[in-house]
Design a protein around this ligand. Structure first.
Ligand code: ZN
Length: 317
């Protein structure tokens, strides 16, 4: 669950030369499908250049759908274009030798027992935020914290096969937290080459799909994201592209204008990072169709693979 509050920053429109193409496509395809089409167009295999920006579309927004009968239709379905059971594309065994990846499994299964500790405010540079939150859950009670740890474990297995040193911010091995500032600090002190914070969202029924959250540019207090905004965006684009390809899912239909990318300046875990870092909201736990995926081990394996392949693509240049 992301920390959507009064200070929520809406996605920042970006300008780029693909705008004309985007507008053209927007007239032809629905928003959700447009997002996928754009990934394909700009190198959704994660192998494009680091600047292969996935531009937000100018399509009429289909954000915040309330009628599930209009939002449940998936696009004709991107099928994986490569053998998704093989090693991450473009990398051989040991391709991540010497590289450090920090995985931040969002929340903590025990946070709900420690509300006073996790409600304590910590300084995130731009303002003060709660140390941590409990996260969300499916309507049947499968918790986000359980989900994030499972995906993190699957990712660790995949990334270690590539030779990476993988560190966690928590592994269900502490009674609460860590706080968001400590989560950032763990990646910083590890001198991580990439950090990914794993989450699942708690939005309304009918709101579906994943989105990757990128750090916005902030320079206030202990927050100075200037040096990591660009590499974090590159990391996020690779992850989004790989996630679409491996899971076959379309990007979020309720945020990011079909791109699957959202920039925020209100997350301590991003504001305080001095290394490339993104969040991913893998789906919406409160939507029954997304929940069916999030509670499937087979789907979580695909999600872990999609994220991991994006990391590999970002690190192996
Ligand atoms: Zn979360």
């Amino acid at each position: 669950m992301s920390y959507v509050g009064p200070d929520f920053d809406p996605p920042q429109p970006r300008r780029g030369r693909r705008r004309v193409l985007t507008v053209g496509l927007a007239a032809l395809v629905p928003g959700a499908l447009l997002g996928w089409v754009m990934y394909e167009a700009v190198g959704g295999d994660g192998g494009g250049s680091g600047n292969a920006a996935v531009q937000p579309s100018q399509a009429p927004s289909d954000q915040a759908p309330t009628d599930s009968t209009t939002s449940d239709d998936k696009p004709p379905g991107p099928t994986p274009t490569t053998d998704s059971t093989s090693a991450p594309a473009g990398s051989g065994s040991g391709s991540l030798d010497g590289r450090v990846v920090v995985i931040d499994p969002g929340h903590n299964p025990n946070n709900f027992r420690h509300t006073s500790e996790i409600n304590r405010k910590v300084n995130i540079g731009t303002n003060w935020k709660e140390c941590d939150t409990t996260g969300t859950s499916t309507n049947d009670g499968y918790s986000e914290a359980e989900f994030t740890l499972d995906v993190a474990h699957r990712m660790r297995t995949l990334l270690e096969k590539q030779g990476a040193t993988v560190k966690f911010t928590q592994d269900g091995d502490r009674s609460w937290g860590p706080c968001v500032d400590e989560r950032a600090e763990i990646g910083n002190k590890a001198h991580a080459d990439a950090v990914v914070s794993i989450h699942a969202d708690g939005a309304g029924s009918g709101q579906r799909g994943f989105h990757v959250i990128l750090p916005g540019k902030v320079d206030e207090g202990a927050a100075n994201t200037g040096p990591v905004v660009a590499p974090s965006r590159a990391l996020g684009e690779r992850i989004a592209g790989s996630f679409v390809r491996v899971t076959g899912d379309a990007p979020s239909n309720y945020i990011g204008d079909g791109t699957g990318l959202v920039t925020r300046k209100d997350l301590g875990g991003l504001n305080l990072s001095t290394v490339p870092k993104v969040f991913i909201e893998c789906g919406n736990m409160r939507d029954s169709k997304d929940a069916a995926q999030l509670t499937s081990g087979a789907w979580r394996q695909k999600a872990a693979q999609g994220i991991s392949e994006g990391i590999v693509s970002f690190l192996v240049k």
